[in-house]
Design a protein around this ligand. Structure first.
Ligand SMILES: C[S@@+](CC[C@H](N)C(=O)[O-])C[C@H]1O[C@@H](n2cnc3c(N)ncnc32)[C@H](O)[C@@H]1O
Length: 257
């Protein structure tokens, strides 16, 4: 992948922080970039730079992962972006079920941001084609990271992580046609928008089993109404208990019964 100047890479994302927080984060970032830690010890000291919010998110994913360990099937993430969740799920697989090579971890993304938006997605300025894009060719870089993490786990010769590039409203149907054996133990929805959330929910429904965990990143969140509307239309909000964890403010999940 061509090296980009990260400080000038233009990406359109929603940022809800105040200036003092942004300044503090700039300082922490600068300290990370100028770290005196030798290369041989950098990877084992990443916790130095984990803020409360970021560690909480990791702990939330850990909670979800544990909830689905006893359910047979694969993990799907809808909306991958830089891929941290996929990386965490692969590492958690190595911790909680190191010999379960049957647990595929599959991520769906355009890797070009929102392909389109719907009226139901509302009027926030972030709601436009191309928001949440990543740098060109990023999926190749992410694949290499995921392979390194797989190599740290047992039975590494059986590939468990997979990236599916393209508009997931279409690619989910192709994937499930090509993999009719699929059972989904956990799906994490983080598209933020209506159409792919609705289409993917409809597509995966026949592949869920009792106990499947479905996580959502933005339910009841004003900036992204489309995610809630899609859930309401496909599953019905009163049909499942919408559950939360102290580790997530916006995140929630249901257990499919
Ligand atoms: C908020 S980001 C995901 C963040 C990521 N889950 C994380 O935790 O860092 C939303 C992602 O959904 C993707 N996306 C939105 N609509 C899509 C669609 N129809 N098909 C595939 N990807 C889509 C965007 O490209 C973007 O990467």
């Amino acid at each position: 992948m061509k090296k980009e100047n990260k400080s000038t890479t233009k990406v359109n994302v929603l940022v809800g922080s105040k200036q003092t927080e942004l300044d503090n984060r700039s300082q922490l970032l600068k300290l990370m970039q100028t770290s005196p830690i030798p290369d041989s010890e950098v990877l084992m000291n990443l916790g130095l730079f984990l803020k409360r919010q970021d560690l909480s998110r990791i702990l939330f994913m850990n909670e979800l992962y544990q909830k689905q360990v006893g359910v047979h099937g694969s993990i799907f993430e809808f909306g991958v972006r830089w891929g941290q969740n996929l990386a965490l799920f692969e590492t958690m697989r190595g911790i909680y079920e190191p010999y379960n090579y049957n647990r595929k971890i599959v991520g769906f993304d355009t890797f070009e941001g929102f392909p389109s938006v719907d009226k139901k997605d509302g009027v926030n300025p972030i709601i436009k084609k191309g928001s949440y894009d990543v740098v060109k060719g990023y999926e190749n870089y992410l694949s290499q990271i995921l392979q390194c993490l797989e190599n740290e786990n047992p039975i590494a010769h059986i590939k468990t992580t997979h990236l599916v590039k393209g508009d997931a409203s279409k690619s989910i149907k192709t994937y499930l046609k090509e993999h009719p054996e699929t059972i989904i133990s956990m799906a994490y929805f983080d598209f933020d928008i209506y159409t792919p959330t609705k289409e993917c929910l409809l597509a995966i429904k026949p592949h869920l089993t009792k106990g499947s965990v479905i996580g959502f990143d933005e339910l009841n969140f004003q900036a992204f109404p489309g995610e809630t509307i899609a859930v309401q239309e496909v599953l019905g909000l009163s049909s499942y208990k919408s559950q939360r964890s102290p580790f997530g403010v916006l995140q929630s999940y249901i257990v499919f019964e």
